[in-house]
Write a protein that binds this ligand. Sequence first.
Ligand code: SIN
Length: 525
Amino acid sequence: MNKACRQTDVLVIGAGIAGGTAALRLAEAGLRVTLVTRAAELYESNTYYAQGGIIHRGPEDSADLLVSDILKAGAGLSNPKAVRILAEEGPRVLNEMLIKRLNVPFARAADGRLDYTREGAHSTERILYVGDLTGRAIEEKLVERLQQTPNICIMSRHSAVDLLTPAHHSRDPLDVYEPLSCIGAYIFDQETRRVETCLAKFTLLATGGLGQIFLHTTNPPGARGDGLAMAYRAGARIINAEYVQFHPTAFYHRDAPVFLISEALRGEGAKLVDERGRPFMEKYDPQWADLAPRDVVARSIHHEMLERGTDHVYLDLYTHMPADKIKERFPSIYEKALFYGVDITKELIPVVPAAHYFCGGVWVDEYGRTNIQNLYAAGEVSCTGVHGANRLGSSSLLEGLVWGYRAAEDMVRRAPEVSLFPAANVPPWDDSGLHETSDPALISQDMSTIKNIMWNYVGLVRTTHRLERAIGDLRNLSLEIDKFYRRVRLTDALIGLRNSVQAAIIVTDAAWSNRQSRGCHYRAS
Ligand code: SIN
């Protein structure tokens, strides 16, 4: 990284919709931005894999109606102020950024008007989509624009290691008495294997979620709780960490990686059925049936599987949609399932719930500001309170867009009053005594232990005994990982392992402390 990238106005960590939108707004306003991602490709993020779509405002819709749907899905825990911001500003920001500026090719009807679909717990059609690859279409346009924009230093294959705060890192010990603030981060360059000090007036965490700490997840490999763990170590306030949303329908196949079967299939009429093809959702939720909120659907499937002694259920799309329409509307799901021998135009789709979205995160206000001065967070790593105890489908891309945008506006306003922390006061990363390299087999075994603990003890249905067992096992593992971390040279996988165990402990502690079932946190005892 050259010096200009190492001493910048804003360090953005993560390049999905939240980080990418913020970087674009900041650079266009004349601020110097360093955008880092641990992935090899800039587009590789949770955003890229979002299938269903993004909430806009449908023909029969209003901000009030969206507020009411989000509050209901959130099971009484959503932050009304944040929900109102999303519902009122969302369509405007989406029009400006995604439609007018980036020209995202959202589906349109024959007359050229935007076409809207719906998902579970939405009371009207209001979701824009691009086939079943909405996130990919958005992310590709965003990345294209980021790469053409001056003032942005793009660094892929660079993993953030720790946030820098004077209280923890300054050479001046008296800085410990100052209010907590963030002055940048230590960044690991995966090619040179060196850790660089990146100083910034502002730092934006946009690192996504933590699905990868669970055995079965719809999330890509980077969703390992990096941002959450770094923020926690720096002293950020974390809230609602017990609320991990399980998507009801991930593809189930012994030889296939878990992949998402979008809720949009149910939005377009598909029904959950048992092995004999009998629908079962009306029994659990007579009003919404298959379009009930995700927590209700995921638990109903869990219950159905326990009762029938099966390890999956099915989704019936083909009796509700003609084959040619299925191929046109869900081309990627059709191809992927066919690859594993399931023709969704003629057969039932085997599905099972999988960890999907972290509703909690780093507490932020209406501009994405955390409790640490000059540290912002946006997207899944943050908790604005919009999602409460259970997220409404297709709201997360919009939240990332709106809070990425608002965080950027706030930084632009504040930039003239903030100065860079003096480089001479921050010691460089010291790994002088470390020669041992880490053994990938140990890292992968520890990672698999974390995933199994989280899946078996901190999954869809939680009990005091399971949670206590999980906390004990995770704390022991964390001590081992910490010793290992201090002894060997860094790798990206080791950074991920350290963050994953930390994130797992954060989620488990929160789940253990809260005995009340609500939304996607369900305590059987
Ligand atoms: C889906 O397509 O079902 C996922 C969309 C979302 O999680 O918002």
